[in-house]
Design a protein around this ligand. Structure first.
Ligand SMILES: O=C(O)CCC(=O)C(=O)O
Ligand SMILES: [Fe+2]
Length: 336
């Protein structure tokens, strides 16, 4: 696969480039085995016991038989790769509202603007990634004369419909396991909140061993669905970082903070991160879905809160303490 030119990288990703960009012939590229210990769920015949165990012990699992045409998956990746290979300046100009282009941080406002912390990015604190942001509920408002961007929008819309189908099927199986009231739980997954992000993780020079593709975090969503073409994603489980392999035609389902709260802490919001790669660029397409804005999440472990309350708290923390505190902010403390 052709790798992109440095002009397509944000400037901070170019500066140490002459140290060791490109494939280092002395160091063989590590062979990625085609399996990992992640639980596997078959969407065509969901094994409830296996799903329950995966959600409680891992907060992450691999999804097979998801029914998304392989042609759509490969077109989306190919097209995202093409758009990422545009020069940095043209990407900045091309992605207009409701879409957005950003780099160095995943911390964005609901309209895709980098949260203040992101403005002070430097080589020490940046995440070695750039991304396209697409809120599915507003994509029809995109006005563009650019056929490449317009086609990307079409692919994202088609992919988004599949993603909501998968999220709904999985959520219903979880609701059954958790014995949630079905009527109430419908509002926990709102199609209009669906958001797609395409990321590119540029090759990272050797000199920056401390660099991270994406810092350790949990997702704020109910569910996230990840689709990666190269290794780098890791999940933290029982004190170890475990590689989540890029297995073709499979997707990775990740439970977010909202799901942990909805489940009364029975399910885990998985801690994960993305490592940098010296040799290869990596593209991932990620879907995130949230509860309806005014849906109150009630549980015995947390104060009642809406996703909007949670998001506001996260944004506040990012600006003041510099990181996401997350569910801890809402946890009920036991009376002495
Ligand atoms: O790129 C990936 O595989 C993971 C992205 C991710 O964890 C996120 O956007 O929250
Ligand atoms: Fe994540």
């Amino acid at each position: 696969m052709a790798e992109s030119t440095l002009e397509s990288y944000p400037p901070l990703f170019r500066q140490t480039s002459n140290t060791n960009l490109g494939v280092d012939s002395d160091e063989p590229t590590k062979q990625v085995p085609d399996s990992d210990p992640l639980p596997v769920i078959d969407l065509q015949c969901i094994n409830q016991a296996k799903l329950s165990e995966a959600c409680r012990d891992w907060g992450m699992f691999r999804l097979v038989n998801h029914g998304i045409p392989t042609t759509l998956l490969s077109r989306l990746h190919e097209h995202a790769r093409k758009l990422f290979s545009f020069t940095f300046e043209s990407k900045q100009a091309l992605f207009t509202r409701p879409m957005a282009y950003s780099w160095g941080t995943p911390a964005l406002t609901p309209s895709g603007e980098v949260i203040e912390k992101g403005l002070n990015l430097n080589v020490q604190n940046l995440n070695w990634m750039e991304g396209f942001f697409a809120p599915l509920g507003q994509l029809s408002q995109l006005q563009t004369q650019d056929p490449m961007l317009d086609y990307f929008r079409l692919l994202l819309e088609e992919y988004g419909i599949h993603q909501f189908r998968l999220a709904t099927t999985i959520f219903e199986a979880m609701a059954e396991d958790l014995k949630l009231c079905l009527k109430q739980s419908k509002s926990y997954l709102s199609p209009t909140t669906g958001m797609l992000r395409a990321y590119r993780y540029p090759r990272c020079p050797e000199a920056l061993d401390q660099a991270c593709g994406l810092d350790v975090h949990t997702d704020s969503s109910v569910l996230s669905i990840l689709n990666q073409d190269e290794g780098g994603l890791q999940i933290y489980k029982d004190g170890d970082w475990i590689d989540v392999k890029p297995i073709p035609n499979t997707l990775v389902i990740n439970l977010g903070d909202m799901m942990q709260a909805i489940s009364n802490d029975k399910y885990l919001s998985a801690k994960h991160r993305v490592k940098v790669n010296k040799h290869k660029e990596r593209i991932s397409i990620c879907y995130f879905v949230f509860p309806e804005e005014d849906t109150v999440i009630k549980s015995s472990k947390y104060k009642p809160f809406t996703y909007a309350d949670f998001r506001a708290e996260v944004q506040q923390d990012l600006k003041t303490v510099g990181f996401k505190v997350g569910l801890q902010r809402f946890r009920l403390t036991k009376a002495c």
